[in-house]
Design a protein around this ligand. Structure first.
Ligand code: PHE
Length: 354
């Protein structure tokens, strides 16, 4: 068939096609591998040059024209693509449905809700910063510990009743020789640090600890401690008290009175309890301080010579202090929270206040 009549025939058939399937058949018929156009284009190579150019140009033009009627018809059958406001803004195809609705470019955007830190994290970071400003480094250690790091190296003999103080959660042992436990305090972190580092040093060990306790408003099976250790040639009780007072004043942001009472810990000698004048009633006496005017916040003392020896340090050359505070308790005091369980309850009404 001649090219021109072929085009006319194709256009007619395409326009009367009723659906996409029919159109697809016509596409194959007129432009497919076996179509007349394709045959003509293929046989061009056998023609003399002049003839080839002329025929080639014509065949390509006819091919394009058939292609464009096919496209046009196809668009009629296709459902318009759903559009979004962006289509309009960026010059895309907007459906007529969209055009009916106006897009208000001045309307405020959707507010993205940002997450925030947990109150315990906020307080931990604050405490860390205060100590870092006093030259302390932050160190961490494992939550699953061996008996050696949790007790033995801390001068707590195997069958000593002092071990009961820590209400330890023991793990099922794999081998009889090694008893594993969930650390009941962060003191093991200090032992691990002393093993690898030579004094003088100042370190702070924050972390999660676990005890086998019944829960109530002031006890949880898991809570957080921040323990500190400062070892040097002449580190004394006076340094300890100065660091404690400085810390409390910076933490509570006001002038704070502290007092030192004797205490007992196997790993410190002498041992103290550092009390802070009640930050709720300023020492007058209230329910938080059991009417005493004082809060018991910091147990501590001078590191026991046996602990230094266990780490290969000569107690004649080195001395220093150690202390431990409950992070949860510090947060409770700071924000006047009366139940430790709130920290772990994932209650958004509580958490969103921070
Ligand atoms: N490790 C002690 C505890 O968990 C706290 C403490 C640390 C006491 C350092 C004295 C010195 O109870």
């Amino acid at each position: 068939m001649k090219l021109e009549p072929l085009k006319i025939k194709a256009q007619k058939e395409v326009k009367s096609a009723k659906n996409l399937k029919e159109l697809d058949g016509l596409y194959k018929k007129y432009l497919g591998k076996k179509s007349e156009i394709t045959q003509i284009l293929r046989s061009l190579k056998d023609l003399p040059e002049k003839e080839r150019k002329k025929q080639g140009r014509l065949a390509n033009q006819i091919k394009k024209e058939i292609q464009s009627v096919l496209e046009l018809q196809k668009n009629k059958f296709q459902v318009p693509r759903p559009t979004s406001p962006e289509d309009e803004v960026f010059g895309g195809r907007a459906s007529s449905k969209f055009q009916e609705k106006e897009f208000d470019i001045t309307a405020p955007g959707k507010k993205i809700i940002l997450g925030h830190l947990h109150p315990l994290t906020i307080v931990r970071k604050e405490i860390e910063e205060i100590f870092q400003n006093m030259g302390f480094s932050i160190v961490e250690g494992p939550e699953v510990e061996t008996e050696w790091y949790a007790f033995d190296a801390l001068n707590i003999p195997k069958d000593h009743p002092a071990r009961d103080v820590w209400d330890t959660l023991w793990l099922k042992p794999k081998a009889k020789s090694q008893k594993l436990l969930l650390r009941p305090h962060t003191s093991p972190v200090q032992i691990r640090y002393m093993e690898k580092n030579q004094p003088p040093f100042r370190i702070l060990a924050p972390g999660r600890v676990f005890r086998h306790e019944a829960t109530d408003a002031s006890h949880e099976v898991q809570f957080h401690q921040v323990e500190g250790l400062m070892i040097g040639k002449n580190v004394s009780v006076a340094n300890f008290k100065a660091v404690a007072k400085e810390f409390f004043q910076r933490f509570f942001n006001k002038e704070i009175k502290i007092r030192t009472r004797p205490g007992y810990f196997p790993f410190t000698e002498p041992s103290f309890e550092i009390d802070v004048q009640c930050v709720i009633c300023n020492g007058k006496g209230c329910s938080t301080c059991s009417q005493t005017g004082w809060l018991e916040l910091w147990p501590g003392g001078m590191v026991h010579p046996n602990v230094l020896k266990a780490e290969g340090l000569n107690p004649k050359n080195w001395q220093g202090f150690a202390f431990g505070m409950g992070l949860d308790r510090m947060a409770m005091m700071k924000y006047k929270i009366n139940d430790i369980r709130l920290f772990y309850s994932s209650d958004l009404r509580f958490l969103e206040q921070f």
